[in-house]
Design a protein around this ligand. Structure first.
Ligand code: KE4
Length: 429
């Protein structure tokens, strides 16, 4: 499989864009080699600029839960484009979208639409600080919540991939207000709340971590966070930008029976177009401008194309969809684990509905950042390239999740497992 055009495009791109990409994790720094430039996508497949076709498990980093080119969404966006691209004024579609989020996510009584997950989590922190009058934030090692200053502390995803979980340019005065503790470690949470409890505005967590690879919460973790934050008067923020409407019809919080004070959403709710959201208790949300003292704004917020996409996506997500998505994710994850074992390659495969990660480790479990950092990233890179050459596109980083869509069926799963059989044989050595 040759990718000459991609390599030529990277040379052009690098002359005019930092690293030749508009988001660092796309640059293949975590797996080596040159990023693939894509041209089109349909269903579970993408086609690169050299005409190579791949089964796609990146799904634009989560939005494509129905697969690429989802017809109802494409048609809704085409219709809206002809009617108007933006008004800078309220539209009925924004109300329709917010009503759907309120109806579907138990934690959400009111919602504010924004343009990215970063905006949503940045706003959530400001709102929590404005509501509580406190400054400190608690996050978890390896969790990624976008690139706002306060959250680039021991962050996952691209920050981890590039070995810069604490970014340059973040003032110490900002970073010192963010405390990061190990995921799934309630003792560490209790210790930091005992010491700083009455100064903590919020605890923010990925209720299923996806930015250090897929790491599900231990059974007691989310209920423990709910009880601990209530005990000290801090808000609990579930960052569901990745897990919202991916792991279940209402996200990970609902799946685990825990209701946060604030929830951030993104990715799936835009189906690939730029829309994200912050939602939560009305008592908290009403502190946002224009009614409240916490300012937040956005020229493109509630953009008509993005809300048209979001509404058509949400209306196509029902219980039956998630039952099938969970079953296919399980079949694929089990098949990959069995295939690795047949080649004596030690792996741990974490999976939840719609997403999974293959960790190259002989450890019995991967429950947090320290476990992830002990995994064999070099072997993941070799596995990634073996799969890429076999026409299967995984995340170009060992610190990301693989995403299954409604368009991944028996044929795609069988082809993926056939490719994995060759790939595990190659990485066995
Ligand atoms: P954006 O600002 O990239 O829309 O969302 C930031 C964000 C917030 N919270 C969670 C849980 C997230 O997963 C993300 C973004 N996820 C990464 C992929 N793991 C985006 C990919 C990229 O950075 O290019």
């Amino acid at each position: 499989m040759h990718r000459d055009k991609s390599e030529g495009l990277l040379r052009r791109a690098a002359a005019v864009m930092p690293g030749g990409v508009n988001s660092p994790v796309r640059a293949f720094k975590g797996v080596g080699g040159s990023p693939v430039f894509f041209e089109s996508a349909q269903g579970a497949h993408m086609v690169d600029v050299d005409g190579n076709r791949y089964i796609d498990y990146v799904g634009a980093w989560g939005p494509m839960v129905q697969g690429h080119g989802f017809a109802p969404l494409v048609q809704a966006v085409q219709r809206q484009a002809a009617a108007g691209l933006g008004f800078g004024a309220p539209t009925e579609a924004e109300v329709d979208m917010a009503e759907r989020l309120v109806a579907r996510v138990p934690a959400i009584e009111k919602a504010r639409l924004v343009n990215s997950g970063t905006e949503a989590t940045m706003t959530a922190l400001r709102l929590a600080r404005g509501f509580t009058g406190r400054d400190l934030i608690v996050k978890f090692d390896g969790c990624y919540h976008g690139h706002s200053d306060a959250l680039l502390v021991k962050a996952g995803s691209g920050a981890l991939t590039l070995g810069m979980p604490d970014s340059a340019g973040v003032p110490a005065a900002v970073a010192r207000n963010t405390l990061s503790v190990p995921y799934n470690d309630m003792d560490a949470v209790d210790a930091v709340l005992r010491r700083h409890g009455d100064a903590i505005a919020a605890v923010i967590v990925e209720p299923v971590a996806g930015n250090m690879g897929c790491v599900p919460p231990d059974a007691h973790f989310l209920p423990g966070l709910r009880e601990a934050t209530e005990r000290v008067g801090a808000l609990l923020i579930f960052d569901e930008v990745m897990t919202g409407f991916r792991v279940g019809p209402a996200g990970a919080g609902a799946l685990h029976g825990v209701v946060a004070d604030l929830v951030t959403l993104g990715k799936v709710i835009g189906g690939g177009l730029p829309v994200a959201a912050l939602g939560g208790r009305a008592e908290v949300m009403d502190h946002l401008a224009p009614d409240g003292p916490v300012y937040q704004a956005g020229t493109l917020s509630g953009n008509p194309l993005a809300t048209a996409a979001g509404i058509s996506m949400l209306d196509a997500l029902n219980e039956a969809f998630y039952t099938r998505l969970a079953a296919n994710t399980q079949t694929l994850a089990d098949g990959l684990a069995a295939c690795a074992q047949s080649h004596q390659v030690p792996v741990c495969v974490n999976r939840v509905c719609g997403m999974f990660s293959i960790f190259f480790t002989s450890a019995p479990a991967v429950r947090g950042f320290a476990d992830v950092m002990a995994c064999d990233r070099e072997r993941y890179g070799r596995f990634f390239h073996a799969m890429l050459d076999a026409g299967v596109y995984f995340a170009p980083s060992a610190f990301e999740a693989a995403f299954v869509s409604g368009a991944h069926g028996e044929e795609e799963i069988a082809s993926t497992l056939a490719a994995a059989d060759l790939a595990f044989a190659r990485v066995h050595a």
